[in-house]
Design a protein around this ligand. Structure first.
Ligand code: SF4
Length: 496
């Protein structure tokens, strides 16, 4: 009976080329590897869903996916048998050669040619895709099934859905045969080297470096980077040769001269080294004077489905489906909130219901304040073009916008704990340190909110959980606008 025990797969090969220490630990000291984060799991799940859809692009194939997790033997044998029987489409076609396995997303027989297809949920070919495809190619060739052409099938972000999904348009087939062939040089040595690494009794010592984040952020940083100062020079924007400085031992902000720091990064540097804050009250006052009551603190939440859910939308298009607005009628008056969360009842793009609610809630006069207004304004402009009868009303809203981020971008107000950032997640806890803020919420950051909103839009949330989830999402969105109100209030105090 053939021994199909494998020590190397596509993902392990990519991992090994990124870092031999990481590669060794993932095999021999698994307990040191943190559990997969929710964000990474969501990414894997999305990739899996895309893979299933990609198979429909080439329907009628045989599926060699193993029935038992990790038992690939039957898959190798089925693949071999089906190829020999002349099957023209095989999903998860599996190949084995000298302890190395490769599971190809889609195997095609086109006339006499073998076409290999790897499926990715990205919108373009990335360098590591070529690395993993070159490995797939090598194992297929070594197993006796050399591809004549190798394709990467990725998402076409120019595709606009209209009616049924058009899989030919949704996916782009990029021919990467040439690049994959170029990467064959030295591949046997690389594979043999990785096999030897695994056999080493001690884990290899590898110095930290840029490879720790390329192509993936390494989950073992908690271990290898534990003695690196925080903050360190790597986080200084526009700093020249930062890695060279880092390896020279100039790792702390204090190790650099101020003249080495670009003007825009100096507030960050001075904040860390000298604890220096910036407060330009005249600038803050001038900004506040541009605002007119009633004030509307406004924020959208979005979904960005890989596969367009609605007609007229494209892959990864950010679609606003929720908003919160806090209204402050005048000096010393408490804010009140309006909110909107699409009903997702009819499976249609919720723009019309959102537009009607928004036109009512944002009134007809007073300043609309967003935090980094580009997105909100862009979407309102889009709504105006989609619903020409409301274009004038949308244009009037656009004319009332102002941006609460401006004083922070201009460094009219800067505290060292903002760490050079003007983002609301950094500014809010800095200027309102006593507010409980996001930490008290069930949904505390935008990525989770977006994921949960998408689940609502797709109708995958169990019915008895929908109401509770909607409440959590409303609370999260409300916190964003509440944070804006609090920042504005504090700005008023320090400016006067
Ligand atoms: S953190 Fe860097 S050095 Fe450490 S295992 Fe990961 S990639 Fe290797």
């Amino acid at each position: 009976m053939t021994n199909y025990r494998h020590v190397l797969s596509k993902s392990r090969y990519v991992s090994g080329l990124q870092c031999e220490k990481k590669f060794w630990i993932e095999k021999n000291q698994k307990d040191l590897v943190p559990l997969v984060s929710a964000a990474d799991q969501a990414r894997f799940d999305a990739g899996h869903d895309i893979g299933a859809l990609a198979q429909q692009r080439f329907p009628g194939g045989k599926d060699a996916t193993p029935e038992e997790f990790y038992n690939w033997g039957p898959s190798y044998e089925k693949t071999k048998q089906w190829i020999e029987e002349g099957e023209s489409v095989i999903y998860e076609a599996a190949f084995f050669h000298e302890g190395c396995m490769a599971a190809l997303d889609i195997f095609l027989k086109v006339g006499d040619e073998i076409h290999a297809i790897e499926v990715k949920s990205s919108t373009k070919v990335k360098p590591y895709h070529l690395t993993d495809s070159s490995y797939q190619y090598h194992i297929m060739k070594s197993a006796g099934y050399e591809p004549d052409r190798f394709f990467l099938m990725h998402i076409n972000n120019q595709y606009e859905r209209n009616g049924e999904l058009d899989l030919e348009q949704l996916f782009t087939l990029s021919d990467i045969t040439e690049e994959v062939l170029e990467l064959q040089e030295g591949i046997e040595d690389r594979i043999e080297n990785l096999k030897l690494v695994l056999q080493q009794p001690e884990r290899p010592e590898v110095q930290i470096g840029q490879h720790c984040g390329d192509p993936f952020d390494c989950s073992l940083k908690y271990m290898c980077w534990k003695d690196v100062p925080n903050p360190n020079v790597l986080s200084i924007p526009y700093l020249k040769d930062k890695w060279a400085l880092f390896f020279e031992g100039k790792q702390r902000f204090e190790d650099l001269e101020e003249s080495m720091i670009s003007p825009s990064a100096r507030p960050l540097w001075r904040g860390v080294v000298h604890g220096e804050s910036i407060l330009k009250t005249e600038k803050l006052k001038a900004f506040l004077d541009t605002l007119e009551y009633p004030l509307y603190f406004f924020d959208f939440e979005t979904i960005a489905p890989v596969v367009p859910l609605y007609d007229g939308t494209r892959p990864y298009q950010a679609i606003p489906v929720q908003y919160s607005v806090q209204v402050v009628m005048g000096d010393g008056v408490d804010p009140y909130e309006y909110n909107f969360l699409a009903s997702f009842g009819n499976g249609e793009l919720p723009y019309e219901e959102l537009l009607h609610a928004m036109l009512k809630d944002l009134g007809t006069s007073g300043t609309i304040l967003a935090y980094n207004q580009g997105f909100e304004k862009g979407k309102i402009k889009l709504l105006g073009s989609l619903f020409p009868e409301h274009k004038e009303a949308c244009d009037k809203l656009l004319a009332r916008f102002n941006d609460l981020i401006i004083p922070f971008k201009q460094k009219a107000w800067y505290n060292p704990d903002m760490m050079g950032s003007a983002s609301i997640k950094q500014v809010f806890p800095s200027v309102c340190p006593d507010d409980d803020g996001y930490s008290a919420l069930d949904i505390a950051e935008g990525g989770t909110a977006s994921k949960e909103l998408l689940a609502l839009a797709q109708g995958t949330v169990p019915k008895d959980e929908v109401e509770a989830l909607r409440e959590k999402l409303l609370a999260y969105c409300e916190m964003d606008t509440w944070a804006m109100v609090r920042i504005w209030e504090e700005m008023g105090k320090v400016a006067n």
